[in-house]
Design a binder for this molecule. Structure first.
Ligand SMILES: C[S@@+](CC[C@H](N)C(=O)[O-])C[C@H]1O[C@@H](n2cnc3c(N)ncnc32)[C@H](O)[C@@H]1O
Length: 278
């Protein structure tokens, strides 16, 4: 099906979302997607998840808000019936909540959650989306933790989109892609589709590194892992989670001051006044 959108209205809407995004914490792998890619990605995911309950396992990019806003403003006439963001950064969860309140979007929610902990809403969603720490130093273990939570979110029966690095000139993204696909198969999911080298990021040390969309779906008739959701405790898996020798040590990122991200902070500048007797 050909889908058409009013591009100017969509770009301006995403501009509102970007104004609301907390500044990224680079040490926690918050690296934001560029705005043009956000527009196209939001439209794609809104269509893919139309009329479904969608869980985001982490979402600094704010694709969740973008999708909800495009739908709420009538720029898209399709989209998920419900969106919940699970993120360990309270600034991100609060930014989602404030945006939803201001725009009266009643189907957009957020929940403070660290993916090291058991997942609190197993089987409550139809599909999931994750753009996790890309696993350059851990062979994809960090990606598999986030994807595992997504699988729990859909009760091992549903679909997911995984957004991870994709670069044919580097070994590690290909190794991570292979590890994620093997882990998906081991958990009863197959790769339905992969759209290569699609998105760019505000990534100063690797500005050309792109990510792909990897679409997975549960294999009909194959049962995924059963039982309760468990914490991640395997130290070998966690040792290089955020980079070489950078295991998770932060449970939650707390919001200290409610800052207006769209405006300069008072501590960024001072005024030098015009002298009266000039
Ligand atoms: C790790 S970043 C990946 C890059 C992505 N482009 C972004 O910045 O959103 C994805 C999201 O995961 C969240 N995150 C990182 N570690 C997490 C954890 N242990 N549990 C839950 N969310 C986490 C970050 O706060 C961020 O919003």
């Amino acid at each position: 099906m050909e889908r058409e959108i009013d591009l100017k209205a969509a770009i301006n809407a995403i501009s509102d979302v970007v104004q609301n995004r907390p500044r990224p914490l680079r040490e926690l792998d918050q690296i934001y997607m560029k705005t043009g890619d956000m527009v196209l990605q939001s439209e794609l995911i809104a269509y893919w998840a139309r009329d479904k309950k969608l869980a985001f396992i982490g979402d600094g990019d704010a694709i969740s808000i973008s999708i909800a806003y495009l739908k709420a403003r009538g720029i898209l006439d399709y989209g998920p019936s419900e969106i919940t963001v699970f993120d360990f950064d309270e600034r991100i969860c609060n930014a989602v909540r404030r945006f939803a309140d201001n725009e009266q979007i009643d189907f957009l929610h957020s929940r403070l959650y660290n993916c090291i902990d058991p997942f609190p809403a197993c089987g409550q969603f139809d599909c999931f989306y994750t753009n996790p720490p890309w696993g350059a130093s851990n062979g994809g273990e960090s990606v598999n933790v986030f994807v595992g939570r997504g699988m729990e979110a859909v009760g091992y029966r549903g679909e997911g989109v995984i957004v991870i690095a994709d670069d044919e000139a580097l070994s590690w993204p290909q190794q991570v892609l292979a590890s994620v696909q093997m882990s998906a198969l081991n958990n009863g999911f197959f790769v339905q589709q992969m759209t290569p080298r699609l998105h760019s990021y505000h990534l100063d040390d690797a500005p050309d590194l792109k990510s792909c969309n990897l679409f997975i779906r549960n294999i009909p008739g194959v049962l995924g892992r059963e039982g309760e959701s468990l914490p991640v405790t395997d130290e070998a898996k966690l040792a290089n989670f955020y980079g070489s020798n950078q295991p998770p040590t932060i449970h939650y990122v707390r919001e200290k001051n409610r800052v207006d991200y769209g405006k300069a902070n008072n501590d960024e500048y001072s005024f030098e006044l015009i002298e009266k007797d000039r």
